[in-house]
Design a protein around this ligand. Structure first.
Ligand code: ADP
Ligand code: MG
Length: 493
């Protein structure tokens, strides 16, 4: 369902584009403008969107592509809807003009204006409306699912909210109602209902909603299936009444978004929002789902079930990748997930049917972890360098140090999550000792990360020496003489 009046304020879908000089500019806008030319402006392409994700999220190329295409198609579809609406509005305007210019003539008993009126008031959509395609991000912990969603929020200038599914419960039970995600979306755009109706809601940790096998004495699964049922309604498209409780004492007033007049956003109001055009991105680790997939695929090879499906648009149907082997990591099996697997995992079929796109994330390799430490715009190493700079200390991590930190994180098997904790451990002494001291340069090598040495300090006049030691360490690392290098690689791969 597409409302006839489009939001004017937030409803200019823009991407904030960060150039290398860190400036921000906006481009590619389908706007809610009266001008038809604005609506035919090109959308930012999936390639451009992925390029933005690349600046923050390392690896995960497949998920970044799928997500970029899904978001692009979502707004392409909306742009199409805007165009239709503007044509309708223009038609109404002409109709109104006719009524004003010739009162009493139109709809009267005679002649020419009666013939004219139907010609301008009926504007049929030219082509079928493309249905929205919600996305499911699925992959091991710490591999960038939440980061992908947050990064999207940063670059897209549309109403956007992220809600954790863990505290959700069925309405009437202790916990948060499923509707909280729509409430947050409205909050994110300062209660611009019309903007929110075309926004994006991320449901993080959605695997926690899987049906619980044991529902206790009551037999009701209020945090699993109960929430899924509630979310299903929102995903399918429903009309919700959401109260803005910011000013509880004010008497509530009902605002209907498609009614004419100024935009309804007064505090203390009840807002009526249609969820049909909100894009949902679900994300979860789905621990042990790989076992279900593995079982099905093994059965299918001995003829129980072909397991083939064109339902999901993801790797399983199109990839030339070989089927994983018994020893493949769990994330490899997630590339072959089918709806039946997710249903068996504990999802209700109707909800699975509303999420036609799966974006699988891979385990991070040692190389990915090394890149994560230093490449993203807000890379961890850059963050610590800035922190030390505030104390007037220049800190450097040699290649051997970075390699060693990534190796430790890889062994922890928590994706990139462990990186910050390892950095904190490594820098504990340096962060304690350098503030207020004569130290001006601090060096972290592989030995320091392994705890075999303390951080190496240099004072004001020792810059030359500082860079000399760095050069030697880099040389040794290149020659493969860093003791952590080979051992680390061998054990981490
Ligand atoms: N692919 C990645 N690229 C860059 N940083 C990452 C990546 N994956 C994880 N991280 C880092 O690890 C942290 C945790 O990742 P997150 O996206 O929350 O994991 P999850 O997949 O469990 O949602 C992020 O804040 C980020 O610093
Ligand atoms: Mg997460």
């Amino acid at each position: 369902m597409i409302p006839r009046i489009f939001p004017s304020r937030l409803w200019s879908v823009r991407l904030r584009v960060y150039s290398s000089a860190s400036t921000v500019s906006d481009f590619a806008l389908p706007r809610s403008s009266k001008s038809n030319t604005a609506t035919s402006a090109p959308l930012v392409t999936p390639r451009q969107l992925k390029h933005h994700l690349d600046q923050y999220v390392i690896g995960q190329d497949k998920s970044k592509k799928i997500l970029s295409v899904a978001v692009y198609n979502h707004y392409l579809r909306i742009q199409h809807a805007i165009r239709n609406s503007i044509e309708e509005e223009d038609a109404d305007a002409i109709e109104h003009q006719v009524l004003t210019d010739f009162p009493g003539q139109v709809g009267g008993t005679s002649g020419e204006f009666e013939d004219y009126r139907p010609g301008v008031s009926v504007v049929e959509p030219q082509s079928p409306i493309f249905e929205k395609s919600n996305v499911l991000l699925m992959g091991p912990t710490g591999t960038g699912k939440t980061l992908l969603a947050k990064t999207l929020a940063k670059v897209l200038n549309v109403p956007f909210s992220i809600s954790d599914c863990t505290p959700l419960t069925q309405a009437g039970y202790v916990g948060e109602d499923a509707e909280i995600c729509v409430h947050r979306l409205l909050q994110s755009c300062d209660w611009d209902v019309r903007g929110a109706e075309y926004g994006i809601i991320v449901l993080d940790e959605c695997d926690k909603l899987a049906r619980k096998p044991d529902n206790g004495a009551s037999g009701k699964d209020v945090s699993g299936e109960g929430v899924q049922q509630a979310l299903l309604k929102i995903l399918e498209g429903t009309t919700l009444q959401i109260a803005d409780k910011t000013h509880k004492n004010e008497r509530p007033r009902v605002n209907i978004p498609s009614s004419p007049g100024p935009p309804p956003a007064t505090r203390g109001d009840i807002h009526i929002i249609d969820t049909s055009n909100i894009l949902f991105i679900l994300s979860g680790a789905f621990i042990d789902l790989d076992k279900i997939v593995k079982q099905r695929l093994q059965k299918s090879t001995i003829g129980f079930n072909s397991g083939s499906s064109l339902f999901f648009s993801h790797a399983s149907s199109s990839s030339s990748k070989p089927i994983p082997t018994q020893s493949s990591p769990p994330s490899e099996w997630l590339h072959y997930v089918e709806p039946v697997d997710i249903i068996q995992y504990g999802y209700i079929p109707e909800l699975v049917g509303r999420i036609p796109i799966i974006a699988p994330l891979n385990d991070l390799t040692l190389h990915d972890l090394i890149r994560i430490l230093s490449e993203p715009r807000n890379a961890i190493i850059k963050q610590y360098e800035n922190l030390f700079e505030l104390n007037n200390v220049e800190i450097k991590f040699t290649s051997s140090a970075i390699h060693q930190i990534a190796t430790l994180a890889k062994k922890n098997a928590t994706g990139a999550r462990g990186l910050r904790r390892i950095m904190e451990n490594v820098l504990e002494d340096a962060m304690f000792e350098t503030p207020g001291s004569s130290v001006r340069y601090c060096l972290i090598t592989g030995d320091v990360v392994r705890g075999e040495k303390k951080a190496i300090y240099f004072s004001r006049g020792q810059q030359h020496k500082f860079y000399g030691v760095i050069a030697i360490d880099e040389e040794l690392f290149k020659e493969g003489k860093d003791p952590g290098k080979d051992g680390g690689l061998a054990s981490a791969r």
